[in-house]
Write a protein that binds this ligand. Structure first.
Ligand SMILES: O=C(O)C1=C[C@@H](OP(=O)(O)O)[C@@H](O)[C@H](O)C1
Ligand SMILES: C=C(OP(=O)(O)O)C(=O)O
Length: 474
């Protein structure tokens, strides 16, 4: 029996709340991966704990890293995770917790790989696991099989697979691409001779993760990597920027010698401790709750200089008529206050990438049309988000149509109904935002929000509960 749909809570009044969101998915999974490539055990503080980050940790464990969960990092009340380097890179079992179950699994992984057995990585539906981990697997010399959810098997993988082949890695299995063709899960990675190349050209127009996935591992390639993108522009370029910044932060030498060309120098990665910023993309639905209900939502700890694409909320929300104020808080953070006034569309929004479903919830409540441009690659996200958004807006009585590189919302939704989530966490939260102001919205499979925010229903209920606390906000 499929689970019952989730009745999206309707806001009876303008919402007034303070929200805290968990750590960034994109930063967490980059830091976890780099910790496994570092010269010694590294600590990731305030990591996201969700399906995508668990899949990343499991993948690193399969390759032999050990993972230690720390509940309360240095009495700060914040959790952390300590990762030991991959034994294949550090020349042996790497943790001081040698007799732990994790260390035992690590040595099992090493033995399995020594014996030529195939290791297996489950990517779930996580783009960061399926696009980032094949290059790491190639470094270990083990034969590693990659697969994932049925929805993941249609996500594009070719650029990573071709790129690795050009670096001397064998890519085989049902999802391995023909020369020049598209590839997908499942496939097997094996580099018995290690990485032999150092310069490749890929077409990353379907996902920025192709670039990030190869660059993240490149310092551990014998001669580093020069990676060139050909084809249309790289989408979600902010995420490449994040990769470069994170690499530099942990001491890897990176440069951009030409447009769409990146160079990573070979070398060790000193062990590091880092703290993960809150997930600004996941903050989106909560901030939009203020915008659509005409309320006020406050978020402390908003990073002043972030590479996350969610930094764009401070421009996007005013473009939809909201008032956004920033109050100084610490040298690196501000308190963000979003006040909803009259919702209006800016007409066109460009390159909103993973923010798109949340922005689409705003657009679906505007009287005037909104055109979404430069988001064609969303067809390869958790689901075909262009088709899904158009279908769900129409199902709720609105009008929307697909365009070549995006879609257009031409008339607002008029009634409630069941919002399909297509296993996509951001489609589920799209439904939640609409449900605040449209009667009788239900969301199918709200549990899919566990991909990046396992506590979403609870956090969302908390958002509404705060409003009803008398006198709390004056
Ligand atoms: O590198 C990353 O962490 C991500 C890159 C983006 O992928 P695309 O370039 O495929 O949009 C983004 O949408 C995804 O949620 C996370
Ligand atoms: C596109 C997304 O995820 P993934 O990392 O799986 O690509 C997303 O979170 O919106």
């Amino acid at each position: 029996m499929p689970p019952q749909p989730w009745p999206a809570p309707r806001a009876g009044a303008p919402l007034r709340a303070e929200v805290t969101v968990p750590g960034s998915k994109s930063l967490t999974n980059r830091y976890l991966l780099l910790a496994a490539l570092a010269d010694g055990p590294s600590v990731v503080i305030n990591p996201l704990q969700s399906r995508d980050s668990r899949l990343m940790l499991d993948a690193l464990t399969v390759l032999g890293s050990t993972v230690e969960h720390l509940q309360d990092w240095e009495d700060s009340g914040v959790s952390a995770v300590r990762i030991s380097p991959l034994p294949a890179l550090s020349g042996g079992a790497a943790s001081d917790a040698e007799h732990s179950p994790a260390a035992e699994r690590s040595s099992q992984a090493s033995r399995a790989s020594d014996a030529g057995a195939e290791l297996s990585i489950d990517c779930g539906l996580a783009g960061t696991v399926m696009r980032f981990m094949p290059a790491v697997a190639a470094l270990t010399g083990a034969r590693v099989h990659f697969d994932g959810d049925p929805e993941a098997r249609v996500r594009p993988m070719g650029a990573v697979q071709h790129g690795l082949r050009d670096l001397g890695v064998e890519i085989t299995g049902p999802g391995a691409p023909a020369p020049g063709g598209e590839g997908h899960l499942p496939f097997t990675v094996h580099a018995p001779e290690g990485i032999t190349g150092e310069e490749i050209t890929i077409d990353a127009s379907a996902s920025s993760q192709f670039v990030s996935g190869l660059l993240l591992t490149a310092a551990r390639m014998p001669r580093g990597l020069t990676l060139r993108h050909i084809g249309e522009s790289v989408p979600s370029l902010e995420h490449v920027e994040m990769t470069l910044q994170v690499l530099a932060q942990v001491g890897v030498k990176v440069s951009t010698p030409a447009k769409h060309t990146w160079r990573v120098e070979p070398g060790g990665i000193p062990a590091f401790n880092v703290r993960v910023e809150p997930d600004l993309s996941n903050a989106g639905p909560f901030l939009c709750a203020a915008v659509v209900t005409g309320g006020e939502v406050t978020m402390r700890g908003w990073p002043i200089a972030s590479t996350q694409i969610g930094r764009r909320w401070t421009d996007l929300l005013p473009a939809f008529g909201a008032q956004v104020d920033e109050e100084p808080e610490t040298p690196t953070t501000v308190t963000l206050r979003v006040r909803g006034t009259t919702l209006r569309t800016p007409g066109t929004v460009d390159g909103t990438a993973e923010l798109t479903p949340t922005v689409a919830a705003l657009a679906a409540l505007c009287q005037e049309p909104t055109l979404f441009t430069s988001v064609g690659h969303l067809r390869g996200h958790e689901t075909d988000r262009i088709a899904a958004l158009v279908a769900e807006i129409r199902r709720l009585g609105g009008s929307a149509e697909e365009t070549e590189d995006g879609f257009k919302v031409t008339a607002p939704v008029t009634h409630g109904g069941l919002v399909r989530s297509y296993a996509d966490h951001r489609m589920a939260t799209f439904g939640a935002v609409l449900g605040l102001v449209v009667d009788d919205i239900e969301v199918e499979d709200i549990a899919c929000t566990a991909k990046t925010m396992p506590d979403f229903p609870k956090l969302w209920a908390g958002l509404l509960a705060e409003t009803s606390l008398p006198g709390r906000h004056g």
